[in-house]
Design a protein around this ligand. Structure first.
Ligand code: GDG
Length: 431
């Protein structure tokens, strides 16, 4: 949104509401850019979005093999919808436009666009992990999907480890020649690079310092009433490690009775992809774990786990970030994890306990890193975080703030667009 507001352009987006117009200036009164919708029927939404994107590509990219549902119908509609996105882009395309494709929902669109506009400058950013080649190749359509993406000139992923996985996939599965970070493909060069995404730092800084947010943070702490507060904020997704986090907290309470009554975990889980069975299942498991822990440990004046299954405004989330002594961020896999960065910007004295299986962990060495599958260690780390001295907290958080500032989302967007423009200049110089 901020990039389009600054530069203008057309946002080609999925249209779920058939009553909305196909093309619309945004905002209506004083437009910065246009929205072009690709309308999807319910069945297409089920197969393309809930099917191929969220039952196939999402779990495979997060190494959640048991959640993959391979149905050829999903792939058929994925092709059709990608083609329609490509048609809409080609329809909007003007010479010298940059085409920036976002994420795993549109792996085939780059090549479809290239077929119609061979000279277009096309880039794609991939927001989730790129798995090891040996995992990606499980997909019956792995080669077709890769070829689709190689219609790009520039492909961005969060960290070098994902870049290496992508390059290896292209080399082994397609037999493509890979030289440094360039894939030579059908007479073209495709550059693959890390572009770690950030948050809107200034916005979160300002929000966190606002009097209403400060007041709300104090209210949260007063309401909960414990000496220490641990906070977890996630979409309710099986990749986010909410269940293992609860199990580790349970173990921590079992091992450390002296903390009973003195610490609480506030877990916000935002409803997400509720049509998908694996999401319904993780919700049931989380509900059950919360009930079990509170049933076993709560007393008349202490609730160990406060659990909310709902969405909050960004200001409210910011108050939770501020209120926390410890942010407990334990995904089983995560491309980056922006909650981490938002906490670092908004908080002033807390400890970041972060899964080493996130993109963020590669970039934030001063966090307390933990393997979320290692429950006993995770339980110990919770104690370590709670007991960390004021000086060490301050020192780590200051370093983390410096790092997160450099990752700002505007820096990310500028960096990606610059890389695409450099590609275009090289191509023009050659022609
Ligand atoms: C994907 C990748 C990568 C959450 N609940 C509410 C709410 N949120 C906001 C958070 C944060 C965002 O949603 C979640 O971002 P994450 O990065 O943590 O996770 P994904 O949604 O899985 O995002 C991830 C990201 O793309 C970017 O490339 O980092 O790895 O999986 O900003 O604050 N926002 C509001 N109410 C909520 O209840 N307003």
């Amino acid at each position: 949104m901020p990039v389009l507001q600054q530069r203008g352009g057309v946002w080609v987006s999925m249209g779920e509401d058939p009553d909305l117009p196909e093309r619309q200036p945004y905002p209506a009164e004083d437009p910065d850019f246009f929205v072009r919708r690709v309308p999807l029927a319910q069945e297409e939404l089920d197969h393309y979005y809930y099917g191929m994107a969220n039952r196939v590509l999402w779990p495979v990219s997060h190494y959640m093999m048991h959640n993959i549902e391979l149905d050829p119908v999903y792939m058929e509609d994925y092709r059709d919808v990608n083609r329609r996105f490509a048609e809409a882009v080609v329809d909007e395309y003007q010479d010298d436009d940059l085409v920036w494709v976002q994420d795993y929902h549109l792996m085939l669109a780059p090549q479809y666009i290239r077929d119609e506009e061979p000279d277009a400058t096309i880039g794609q950013f991939w927001h989730i992990p790129w798995p090891a080649m040996e995992v990606f190749r499980i997909l019956p359509w792995s080669r077709e999907l890769l070829k689709g993406m190689l219609g790009c000139d520039h492909i961005g992923l969060h960290v070098d480890e994902y870049v290496e996985n992508f390059l290896e996939s292209a080399r082994v599965l397609l037999g493509a020649e890979v030289e440094g970070n360039v894939v030579h493909w059908q007479g073209r060069e495709v550059r693959v690079a890390s572009h770690p995404i950030g948050v809107e730092v200034e916005r979160f800084e300002t929000m966190s310092a606002a009097p209403d947010v400060k007041r709300k943070a104090e209210e949260i702490r007063d309401d909960i009433g414990t000496e220490s507060l641990i906070v977890g904020i996630d979409r309710l997704d099986y990749t986010k490690g909410i269940l293992t986090r609860l199990q580790a907290f349970e173990r921590f309470l079992q091992d450390n009775p002296e903390y009973h009554g003195r610490v609480a975990l506030f877990q916000i889980a935002t409803p997400s992809r509720t049509e998908v069975e694996s999401y319904q299942q993780i919700k049931r498991e989380v509900d059950e774990a919360v009930g079990r822990i509170n049933g076993a440990f709560a007393s008349d004046n202490w609730v160990p786990v406060h659990y909310r299954y709902r969405t909050y405004t960004q200001r409210e989330l910011c108050a939770f970030y501020r209120a926390a002594d410890v942010a407990l961020i334990t995904p089983l896999r995560d491309g980056m994890n922006l909650v981490t960065q938002e906490f670092v910007v908004a908080n002033e004295r807390g400890v970041l306990l972060l899964s080493e299986l996130t993109g963020a962990a590669y970039l934030l060495p001063e966090a307390l890193h933990v393997n979320p599958y290692d429950l006993p260690r995770l339980a110990e780390k919770i104690k370590e975080a709670l007991e960390m001295g004021v000086d060490e907290r301050r020192e780590r958080l200051d370093r983390l703030k410096e790092r997160v500032k450099k990752l700002d989302v505007h820096v990310w967007a500028e960096g990606f667009l610059k890389a695409m423009m450099a590609t275009r200049e090289t191509a023009q110089a050659r022609a």
